[in-house]
Design a protein around this ligand. Structure first.
Ligand SMILES: [Zn+2]
Length: 314
């Protein structure tokens, strides 16, 4: 793909401190090679880890222009346009985004004590969070650079989000709720972004934030073969619960709730094992049955796949 490969191999400046806590005790963790979708190019990325809060990050990170070139089409690895019908069909088969959007917007509304009923959806994706926030009675502002996602967003919500990166967004408005779902791991300067979010929140307003968990059982088991959290170069930061909390707290936000979410498609195992017919159905049924207790256990141990954090301004 031309837009990506033309900038492939362009790196940013070497980092000397942790992207979450700012600590300077950082060290090399592992190298991850990747092959970009539809491209022959192989690139290697070094992942560093903070000795203090455990946050991981690419070092050197990719150049911002490289990421921007990817995100102008999609933040979710779409290589061609997708329709709302296709997205909804997937949600019916494996309820995912809609469940998260409903839970996070309900929780954000419950924790928002500002009286401000305007919500900001940063990295609005297909638009499920904006839709859920509106159902809660919020006025919404949505921003998202990806053309492919924005078309689905329009089919769902009747208008397009602002097609910009959060770094470029400017406003005089204040918000009672800000949602950042699967966004912070994509941003080269998460500290600058959270400082900005903090400035956009009304006093008593809430930030609802979801990121992949660097401490997840998938990363522990698969190491750099994990692509949920360690998806390069799109994901440039890999957060631990501790790192994420410190990042929010050092920008004037108070953590009010943390939870972990683990959801595995029930047919993931049968697919990976290339099963079919009755065997596949039997394996799927077994996974469905074991999934809930397994997910609960992983979340309790801090090994869940996603971290959700809610933090209040002031
Ligand atoms: Zn740190």
């Amino acid at each position: 793909m031309n837009y990506a490969s033309s900038l492939t191999g362009t790196y940013g400046q070497t980092l000397h401190s942790c992207v979450s806590c700012g600590g300077e005790k950082i060290s090399y963790w592992r190298r991850k090679t990747y092959q970009y979708t539809h491209s022959e190019t192989h690139e290697a990325f070094d992942i560093f880890r903070c000795d203090c809060c455990g946050t991981g990050f690419l070092n050197q990170p990719p150049d911002p222009r490289w990421l921007q070139a990817i995100y102008q089409y999609s933040g979710q690895a779409l290589t061609q346009p997708v329709s709302l019908e296709q997205v909804l069909a997937k949600e019916v088969e494996f309820p995912n985004c809609m469940v998260d959007a409903e839970r996070m917007s309900t929780e954000a509304d419950r924790l928002n004590r500002s009286g401000n009923r305007l919500a900001l959806d940063i990295g609005s994706g297909f638009g499920f969070y904006t839709q859920a926030l509106r159902r809660q009675g919020y006025g919404t502002v949505s921003i998202n650079p990806g053309q492919y996602e924005n078309r689905v967003f329009r089919a769902l919500n009747g208008h397009e989000p602002l097609p910009v990166m959060f770094e470029q967004y400017q406003t005089e408005q204040k918000f009672g709720a800000v949602v950042m779902s699967q966004v912070l791991e994509h941003l080269l300067q998460p500290d600058t972004a959270i400082k900005k979010v903090s400035g956009l929140l009304a006093a008593g307003g809430v930030l609802a934030c979801a990121v992949p968990n660097y401490d997840s059982f998938l990363v522990k088991l698969l190491g750099t073969r994990d692509n949920a959290c360690l998806w390069v170069p799109e994901h440039v930061n890999y957060f631990t619960e501790q790192g994420l909390k410190v990042l929010l707290e050092r920008n004037g936000l108070r953590i009010v709730k943390t939870e972990q979410i683990t959801r595995i498609p029930f047919n993931a195992l049968s697919k990976r094992l290339k099963l079919s017919g009755r065997t596949a159905l039997a394996v799927d049924a077994l996974v469905k049955r074991l999934q809930q207790p397994f997910s609960r256990l992983m979340n309790t141990l801090g090994l869940g796949i996603y971290i959700n954090v809610y933090a209040v301004k002031g």
